[in-house]
Design a protein around this ligand. Sequence first.
Ligand SMILES: [Zn+2]
Length: 263
Amino acid sequence: MLPRREVFPHVIEMNYQARQRLGCSVYLIHDANEWMLIDIGFEDTAEEIIDIIRQMNFSLADCKYLVATHADVDHIQGLKRAKELLPQAQTVGHPECRRLLAEGDRIVTYAEISAEKISINLPTIKIDQTIDEGDVLKIGGLSIQVWNTPGHTPSQLSFRLGNLLFSGDNIYRDGCVGNIDAHHGSDLPAFVKSLERIRDTDVEWLLPSHGPIFRKNRAMLQKTIDRLTEYQHMADFGTCAVDWPLLEQWEDELVQGFDPDKA
Ligand SMILES: [Zn+2]
């Protein structure tokens, strides 16, 4: 039997548990025999992760939910295999996540990024039950509140358990955020709103989907919000920018004529 290395009461993170990097963060929440997983990661580590869980003396029959934080392949590719090993568990995710996985959308899920020569297997994954803002998942006596925090992608969910927020790809310990890409359904104004919500909540800890767990820091979140707010008006952000003020300045200049003193 393996000792359980809880990061917080009722919470085990499988990379921390294994003391090595397996992939995205995989959170196990448990109480009174019941347990659930937030994400499972890639297919080739799913079996190993579930084997570690078994060795920690969790009954595989007591897994209630296999949660997808969103439909990105690095978070959900192993769901099909996990469901085979944990057939009584319900796979749950946002309605948009269910649609993308049912349709096997290879672009939005990042299974296919031709510019980076990435082309990986996306198994057909069925989400048994959709969850969205305001829903509550029950594990033993625990209540886990579902938040929809769009921006990285419309289906991005976060989960609140007491003073913990499982914050998905919203923000990482270094102030970076999940990929911003129109082909992925990213939306900058929505991202800013999600980060403001996280900034203003009274949770103490953020448990992200990549990298280390960290204490919520209002100043750091504000810095990231300011950066993303600026991105909204920067042409560098292409189809994710909402406007480009320089174009308006240029139009005025075209009317008035070029003035070297103002250039
Ligand atoms: Zn991710």
